[in-house]
Design a protein. Structure first.
Length: 268
């Protein structure tokens, strides 16, 4: 498979048939939305997270959109290198190779910067940064050295560019997302030309978890007012960017972050 060239048939540039995607954090939220999009364009999809019941439910959602590919899961803790290796090996055993990696794992613990809990700081960096770096390192090495082809997509955030104001408590989260963007850029240079590495930086998104903690008034009035497109983001709003970055359509696109943010960043 030639790396980084558009197919001769331009109508097939988004076709993912015959390719296999591994999606960490794929059981729900943004990761599940991305997995649904990849499956809808023909990819085989392997999702992974720690909770098996959530993975089973996640597979059902993806299968409803799948077009020709198979969907499965591997329960694993991406914070453990041996578990990342297990996911890679299981995916290769099932499908023969892996061409696409999506890293969507991560969480946020809010503390004012003047009294930040350093245990939470370390925990966020372990999950949001170190586990993602190890996924990129392990799968990137495999793609560069063995398949000679690969697409890696890391979910970061608009918070790699702008702080939250008004409202604090996000120093740790913003720091981890800034770190991911640096990893994306450096990995893109080191894994080229065989592998492209890019990111998706969404704004605050109405995932099931966020729906339970963001007040209704904020969902319907305050957050939409901050975004030129006038509504709060849904998980499905990142699918287009994900399919693009995992397909041949993005063959000359690496080391970049796309921001499906409803226009938030253009406000400055």
């Amino acid at each position: 498979m030639a790396a980084n060239y558009l197919p001769t048939d331009l109508s097939s540039m988004f076709n993912l048939s015959g390719k296999t995607a591994v999606v960490f954090g794929g059981a729900g939220g943004l990761g599940n939305a991305l997995a649904r999009g990849l499956a809808a364009f023909g990819a085989n999809v392997v999702i992974s997270s720690r909770k098996e019941e959530a993975l089973k439910e996640g597979v059902k959602k993806i299968e409803a959109d799948a077009k020709g590919g198979k969907v499965t899961y591997v329960a694993a803790d991406a914070g453990k290198v041996e578990d990342i290796e297990k996911v890679k090996d299981e995916a290769i055993k099932e499908f023969g190779s892996v061409e696409i990696l999506v890293c969507s794992q991560g969480f946020n613990k809010k503390h004012d910067i003047v009294e930040f809990d350093m245990a939470d700081w370390q925990s966020m960096f372990d999950t949001n940064v170190t586990s993602v770096f190890n996924c990129v390192r392990i799968f990137g090495t495999y793609m560069k050295q063995e398949t000679k082809y690969g697409k890696i997509v890391v979910v970061t955030s608009v918070r790699d560019q702008i702080a939250t104001f008004p409202g604090g408590g996000n120093a740790g989260y913003c720091a981890t997302k800034g770190a991911l963007t640096s990893i994306i850029k450096q990995a893109a240079t080191e894994l080229a030309p065989e592998v492209t590495v890019n990111g998706i930086g969404p704004t605050v998104t109405l995932t099931p978890m966020m729906e339970s903690i963001v007040p209704k008034e904020a969902q319907e009035i305050h957050i939409p007012k901050d975004h030129p497109l006038g509504r709060m983001a849904k998980p499905e709003d990142i699918i287009g960017a994900g399919v693009y970055l995992c397909s041949e359509a993005s063959c000359y696109h690496t080391g970049q972050v796309l921001y499906p943010d409803g226009g938030l960043l253009c406000k400055g």
